[in-house]
Design a protein around this ligand. Structure first.
Ligand SMILES: Nc1ncnc2c1ncn2[C@@H]1O[C@H](COP(=O)(O)OP(=O)(O)OP(=O)(O)O)[C@@H](O)[C@H]1O
Ligand SMILES: [Mg+2]
Length: 459
């Protein structure tokens, strides 16, 4: 930034004597000055007189020649600060045309038009050149001091403009760097935030599941053991009843017999004997289902072995997850399963369950008013297993498809979607060194495909 001041001046004039005059004014003999200065400082001590710096004057005798000098100077990165241009040059370009051409090459060049008279009104000239802010007019005959001062002032102006533009460029560069740094920071924060939400979501689900499983397990335990006992007690009662019934047939006719028969009819004893075992069996089924739900909850959140890599059965995970989200699916879609035999895979089972849950719930939410179908298939492919969740819902438009894995991208109404399901799923699959991809057609449906390595480490 600290370049020496630019004192280079271009003079374009077809009269040779003018060049001599300018040379005398702008480049006075330095030696004589130096000798005088030396004497002065010898007599009066150090001089404090500010010295005007010398100029470097280059001569051209026509517009075209001037342009050639300027072009070369620009190419050598030694620009002129200003040019004095004669207005009237009968051969070749006149002053106005020359200035136009000079500014095409060096728009920052300060220009002084020298003239005794002009072929244009000044307003027209300024209008034509768009040069109100970089053009001065010097009328001949001129005073030396006028030329000197113009040269000094305009050279300084050129320097200041250069400094300002360097400063601006530097500032722009700083702003650009800072913006980039901020963008990186924002992206990192978004990622961190979504990871935080993921771990919180997992942790709270896990805790909830653990709590529910624990609370339900005890009562379920005694209800199911009581039901078994009740079943065997009722068997015994039934034997007793049969014995009574048998004895009854041997009673002599009379009042007791009539009373027994009336009571039996009133209590519908035959129906009770049939129905009680059915009730007990149904209750056993019901409690069996509760036991399964508790098991699914545990399996889903893997509360016992949370966050550890283990070999697990993916299909079992899918089934547990389907049971968990059954109420979400019930009125929206039928689930069709195409399972192929799968080996256990090395995974964070509860996290894979999360992925399945997100895909299945998204599929259900993509259904319109008509009931749809969600097809879950899987299979083995070399060292990997694959899983597909396909729906015949609304589909995803091509312009949206690139965004669906972005954190917080959602097309669902406020309160319904947080836009995290797929970005979390993406993170989980990447953690498993797997891949998740999507193909979709608007109005037809969407298929998500997940590919996962069977083992995380080489065998
Ligand atoms: N099966 C699908 N069919 C159609 N669009 C889908 C499907 N799955 C995802 N999308 C689109 O991708 C967007 C992002 O899905 P994502 O699961 O990440 O968030 P969400 O479902 O909107 O909210 P969240 O899952 O956090 O409750 C959805 O809003 C939806 O527009
Ligand atoms: Mg979702």
């Amino acid at each position: 930034m600290n370049q020496p001041p630019n004192r280079r001046i271009l003079l374009i004039d077809d009269t040779p004597s003018i060049h001599e005059d300018f040379r005398k004014i702008l480049m006075p003999q330095e030696q004589s000055n130096q000798a005088l200065d030396d004497m002065e400082s010898a007599l009066f001590g150090e001089t404090s007189k500010p010295q005007a710096q010398a100029f470097e004057l280059h001569s051209a005798y026509g517009g075209e020649e001037g342009l050639a000098l300027l072009t070369t100077a620009m190419a050598q990165e030694r620009p002129y600060a200003l040019a004095f241009v004669d207005m009237r040059m009968p051969q070749g370009w006149d002053g106005a045309k020359t200035i136009e051409e000079l500014w095409k090459v060096a728009p920052g060049l300060q220009v002084v038009v020298c003239t005794a008279y002009s072929d244009y009104p000044w307003e027209t000239l300024l209008e034509r050149l768009h040069g109100h802010d970089r053009l001065l007019i010097l009328k001949k005959p001129f005073d030396n001091i006028e030329v000197q001062q113009m040269a000094n002032t305009l050279a300084n102006k050129w320097d200041m403009a250069r400094r300002a533009s360097l400063q601006t460029a530097h500032l722009e560069q700083l702003v650009e760097q800072r913006t980039q740094a901020l963008q990186v920071e924002i992206a990192e924060r978004k990622l961190l935030e979504s990871q935080l939400v993921q771990s919180e979501k997992l942790a709270s689900l896990g805790q909830l599941a653990a709590g529910v499983a624990h609370e339900i397990n005890n009562p379920v335990g005694f209800i199911s053991s009581n039901l078994s006992t009740l079943d065997s007690y009722f068997n015994q009662l039934q034997q007793m009843l049969d014995a009574y019934q048998h004895a009854e047939s041997h009673l002599p006719p009379g009042e007791p017999l009539e009373q027994l028969r009336a009571l039996r009819t009133k209590l519908e004893l035959d129906f009770l004997k049939e129905d009680v075992p059915i009730l007990i069996r149904e209750s056993k089924d019901g409690i069996g289902r509760v036991v399964q739900i508790v098991k699914d909850l545990k399996n889903f959140s893997r509360v016992d072995t949370d966050q550890t890599w283990q070999f697990a059965n993916l299909q079992q995970g899918i089934d547990s997850t389907l049971n968990i989200v059954a109420s979400e699916l019930k009125y929206k879609a039928d689930v069709v399963k195409h399972y192929a035999p799968l080996p256990d895979i090395e995974c964070l089972a509860s996290q894979l369950n999360q992925v399945v849950m997100n895909l299945v719930v998204n599929a259900a939410q993509a259904m319109g008013p008509e009931r749809g179908t969600i097809t879950i298939s899987n299979g083995v492919e070399g060292e990997n297993i694959w899983l597909e969740v396909a729906d015949n819902g609304c589909g995803i438009p091509p312009e949206t498809v690139q965004k669906i894995f972005d954190p917080f991208f959602t097309t669902k109404p406020v309160g319904e979607g947080t836009g995290l399901g797929l970005s979390l799923s993406y993170g989980i699959i990447k953690k498993h060194r797997g891949n998740i991809s999507v193909s979709s057609e608007v109005g037809k449906g969407t298929t998500f495909r997940v590919v996962l390595p069977i083992r995380q480490t080489a065998a």
